[in-house]
Design a protein around this ligand. Sequence first.
Ligand code: PGA
Ligand code: ZN
Length: 442
Amino acid sequence: MAVLQTLKARQVLDSRGRPTVEVDAIASNGAVGRAIVPSGASTGRHEAIELRDSGSSRYGGLGVGQAVENVRTVIAPAVVGIELDDQAAIDAALVAVDGTANKGRLGANALLGVSLAVAHAAAAVRGEELFVHLNRLWKKRAEAEQGGSIAVEPTLPLPMVNMISGGLHAGRNLDIQDVLIIPVGAENYSHALEMIVAMYRAVGGVLSEIGAESVLVGDEGGYGPKLRNNEQAFEVVVDAMVACGFEPGRDVAIAVDVASTHFFDPATKTYRLSEASLRAFDSGDMVDMLARWVGRYPIVSIEDGLAEDDWEGWKTLTERLGGAVQLIGDDLFVTQTARLERGIASQTANSILIKVNQVGTLSETLDALLIARRHGYRPVVSARSGETEDATIADLAVGTAAGQIKIGSVARSERLAKYNRLLRIEESLGPNAPFAGRATLG
Ligand code: PGA
Ligand code: ZN
């Protein structure tokens, strides 16, 4: 098998025009793998550190020149010469050469660029699709599980798709960050995509009918209208379902990313919703509000309903809604096994968002996926609000049979790069390509 011979790194720009790291991994036989690192806006406090040139005036201090330099001068000498197929050895070397718990010395963006480029190069050496290679890595781990209870065959994910954006992604027009749909009635991935596009158009139609802004889109391509309140966003989406001839809940369901960490005030332990202007909400009020929404609208999934360190509140939320609704920890778990294990031990949440740059290497991402699966927590592979043409997460979701994917809306090419990649994978898997479908929601 080929070894890693050369690493090249450079600064490129993401979908918000911010610098990010691109890495080329070159194999001893000349095969090349390339990856570009994504970047969040509503980042959790416990995420791995994205290294930026904060002292520089260039690119407003958001440059990644130091991270790029770290790839060239510190990381390359530590990993060049290792077998490309040995992702675990390469990632272990990356973690070791950084040496910090949060990857803040060399930058999780530098480490992740290398980790993902290596996976692409290993696939290129074999002349195989990335998802096939990732599936081999996944199988090696998951098949060792007792009873073979973990899904291992490449499977197209059920998408969870942003329709209306708020919070930090759309100028704080709404408290909640995303109102999303899940096409639960879809028969296969391409059918799901067609339903999603119909819904996206219909939501635009409903918004212009009610005189709300339907042209401006948020960072993930969802509409960014000014609405009366959070609940009006659910109403617009339900109206769009009806306009499409979909039965709410049966054909299309709603998911919400509350991203509540960003309106949580740790000093007073209260949630500062703009709606609740009379008084701040405590965790119990938040849980009551979420339960009310679930009762009124066809909501099947709630992400970050409570803040990243509100473990007590999360426990109440899980007791109250966890039997009926998917409760996803994003800022809560940050794709890190230590936090996920704490959640599992305390029966907190029942699902985990998987974002490669929250942890910083592919192997650690696979660790989080494996622990989630072992304990019945549903993984949702996710993009960031800052993305690029890199579509690695599409292959990751298929190769690990994760079941669900969250990419953003069906607008803006950094989003479509992933949706289109899934179409190509679907084609290559043939007419009976396995599709996670509604069953993945439990
Ligand atoms: P982010 O948003 O990439 O800005 O963190 C995505 C999310 O919260 O799921
Ligand atoms: Zn989130």
